[in-house]
Design a protein around this ligand. Sequence first.
Ligand SMILES: Cc1ncc(COP(=O)(O)O)c(C=O)c1O
Length: 409
Amino acid sequence: MLAEHSINKKVFDNGFQIAKNAKLASDKYGQEKVINGTLGIFYNDNEEMHTLNIVDSEYRNISDKDIFNYASNIGGEDLFVQAVKEYLFGKNYKQNLENNFLEVIATPGGSGALFNTFKNYVNPGESILLPNYMWSSYKIMSKEVGGEYETYSLFNEKGEFDLINFKKSVIKLAKIQRNLIIVLNNPCHNPTGYTLTLSELKEVMNILKEACSLCNIILINDIAYMDFNNEKNNFTQLYNDIPNNLLVVITFSMSKSLCSYGLRVGAQVAISPSKETIENFSDASLHTCRSIWSNIPKGGMILFSNIILNQKKYSQLLVEQNNMKDMLKNRTDIFLRESIDVNLEILPYKSGFFITIPFHKYSNKEIEERLNFENIFAIILPGAIRLAICSIPKYKIYGLAQKIKNVIS
Ligand SMILES: Cc1ncc(COP(=O)(O)O)c(C=O)c1O
């Protein structure tokens, strides 16, 4: 019955099932006995899903009409588009991005932004270049748009971004494809928590500029976790001097930054020195929006612009985001310190929602069972455990490194 291109589609994303198992264990043994590090949702230290006061109060102030009506544009409310530009590049975004054209298209979350970009830039059968540790949706999206994927390895033996492998992987595909989409999930990479240094980022841009002599390059920078970076973000200084056939698409999401996962608000943010490239981006993206979801929730967009474009509310948002960052840092400091004490290997972590712990002894299934036996719930990646430290309260972090060490040894 299915159309040919839809046969053999199955989502192997067991995160929500593991989260259900964690809930069952909590009901059986008591919540205080269970460590639920499964989903990328921020929980406070009382183990309640965290929300932000400024977001909550602003949401309740939105008029019924703005909540229930269609958005005024397929590409997003004008003020939302303005707010996204200011949020990422500052009030002086025009000067900060001089020599480039900039376009924002509203999408349902970062997922919609990624999908739209995959959809319009991969030619049939071409491979998208993804990191070897990754958010699994990238693979599902690649298949959905008729593409394949290959991976670059993230780290060298020194635990730095593996620029040599990155370059090799880019050039290999650039030699045989017309378009090459490359996904960088930076800062606060999911699942490792790695953030590239400025000099690594500059080197990445140099490699991509070089590859532009071989094919068109589309760099997607997925910034879903940008507000949990312990360093200051600077999204402007890398894009001077980019060739006409290098398109940068930053995929923005409100989900984690504003603790508003279910509102489904995000955006594609395209940057290029070529006016034509940006006009084509806009036409194709709007076409895809119209054909799949038409427009996204007006209330969510108004919520965002009401906060970001108002100095006082924006300052309150920053205070509340910093509070979340502090909570997260307290937890990760404990876990990282104890990991050193008990000699637990972890992949290079800098900041963000997740920590990844490789294992070498048991199969994935065995590790899942051994963790669950200890009432620890986390996503099992091939050969590694992804621990969502964002959802584990501080008091449960003490001793966790030792417990995981026992499970994998
Ligand atoms: C790496 C990464 N990118 C993008 C997203 C997109 O989230 P959303 O579609 O809710 O904006 C997520 C969500 O978990 C993620 O982990």
